[in-house]
Design a protein. Structure first.
Length: 431
């Protein structure tokens, strides 16, 4: 890898440091910073290193080639892969346990120090990163346990992001107060994804329509023209009346007057569809009206959730976007003004598409990333891509692969099921 410290620096360095396994360059040893990355002298770190070395020590790569600056013969790579791949953990219980201890274990207090042969206490390097703490380890354990509890309730969570999201939004009853806390945090993550895909539909149609309209006109748009363009996006699909009151649209949704495709292809009322089904619906339509409907439905359904974990996660925000809680509060205040559908579409575009996009793009100069911006009082659109932006990972893939590699579940007759080890882990961390 042509990067700092190669593949280790690119992929493994940060997680190993955050897990308290490796001390990075610059970590203090007494009053002096260390010049290289080193392994902590702890049971977890040494166990991880020693069990991996045991797995690979007889390979030609370990005995010779890893110390050479030369191209590797294919047979050397093949031999090494046979024993070094994560898929081999099931065959090596000692190494598997070491990985589990690295992820979920804690070092005893004072374990960063050791006694020398002369009987003196030698102070080892102190962890430079605060991310390795007892609370963070507990949180990691609870999140893995929550994933396994959802797998137990619905095996499809390991293969379907939609099943995973639906499980997170409507999980089985929690096993404890702490389980309920982490379950609520994950539910709020789903709310964030629902909001993002809803506003993305407005973004996507705004880009398409604006680029097409300015090309046809041969000029940029005034503010009034931009506002009218957005109001005209009410034509859908699904088609809405631009001057219809947004509250009336909300009432229509509650009364089941708007239908969407159900899981079996038959149309069902909005109120009968899951939020995940509605998310997939707006992604498929890719229109501002489908996004607006999903926003209104999300604002209605968040009332089903509450609790400290939910409140904490719902109020998380980034440097560029407000928290979902702030968005929903803003929507409530906007609806109190009794706007029309056209006015609500403009409000969404103005606050969460136009303004945010310009702010982000101006921070990235000199790289030109604008899709649109105001120039001399007119709205100009750039032909730099008008597609949707992807959702960030919702963690089901790493949770699935890690728990399988750690033998916490296995497929029995084609169906994922918890192993005794997985069931014991769930009982331990969620009790």
């Amino acid at each position: 890898m042509k990067s700092f410290m190669g593949a280790y620096g690119l992929y493994y360095r940060s997680p190993l440091a955050s897990l308290g396994i490796v001390a990075k360059t610059g970590t203090l040893l007494g009053e002096q910073p260390i010049p290289i990355d080193v392994l902590y002298e702890t049971e977890r770190a040494l166990e991880l290193a020693e069990t991996f070395r045991s797995a690979v020590k007889e390979t030609e790569y370990y005995k010779k080639w890893m110390r050479l600056d030369a191209d590797l013969p294919a047979e050397v790579v093949d031999e090494y892969a046979e024993v070094a791949c994560l898929c081999r953990l099931r065959e090596r219980p000692d190494e598997r346990n070491a990985v589990s201890h690295a992820l979920f274990g804690l070092d005893p207090t004072g374990s960063q120090s050791r006694e020398t042969d002369e009987g003196e206490i030698e102070s080892d390097v102190e962890p430079a990163e605060v991310s390795y703490s007892e609370e963070n380890v507990k949180q990691r354990r609870r999140s893995f346990g929550h994933f396994l509890s959802l797998l137990e309730a619905n095996p499809q969570v390991v293969s379907s992001e939609s099943a995973w999201r639906e499980g997170l939004w409507s999980p089985p009853p929690p096993r404890s107060e702490e389980h309920g806390y982490v379950a609520d945090e994950w539910s709020a993550l789903v709310a964030k994804d629902i909001w993002q895909d809803a506003i993305c539909s407005a973004w996507s149609e705004f880009c398409r329509t604006g680029l097409s309209l300015t090309r046809n006109l041969g000029r940029d748009l005034t503010r009034d023209e931009a506002r009218q363009m957005v109001a005209d996006m009410a034509s859908g699909p699904p088609a809405l009346e631009s001057d219809m009151r947004t509250k009336q649209l909300g009432s229509s949704l509650r009364n089941g007057e708007l239908l969407v495709p159900g899981p079996d292809g038959a149309d069902i009322p909005i109120t009968s569809a899951s939020l995940e089904q509605l998310r997939l619906w707006t992604v498929d339509l890719d229109t501002a009206t489908s996004g607006l409907i999903l926003v209104l439905e999300l604002a209605h359904r968040v009332g089903e959730h509450s609790g400290p974990g939910w409140d904490l996660a719902m109020h998380l925000q980034s440097a560029w976007q407000p928290s979902v809680a702030a968005v929903l509060t803003g929507i409530e205040a906007h609806l109190a003004e009794d706007p029309s559908v056209g006015q609500t579409l403009w409000w969404l575009v103005l606050h969460f598409v136009l303004t945010v996009h310009e702010r982000i793009c101006y921070s990235k100069l000199p790289e030109f990333t604008f899709r649109f911006r105001w120039e001399d009082g007119l709205l100009h659109f750039y032909d730099l891509g008008i597609g949707r932006f992807p959702l960030p990972a919702i963690r089901n893939n790493p949770l699935t692969s890690l728990t399988r590699d750690l033998a916490m579940w296995e497929e029995i007759d084609g169906t994922p099921k918890l192993t005794a080890l997985g069931a014991e882990f769930v009982d331990e961390v969620l009790a």
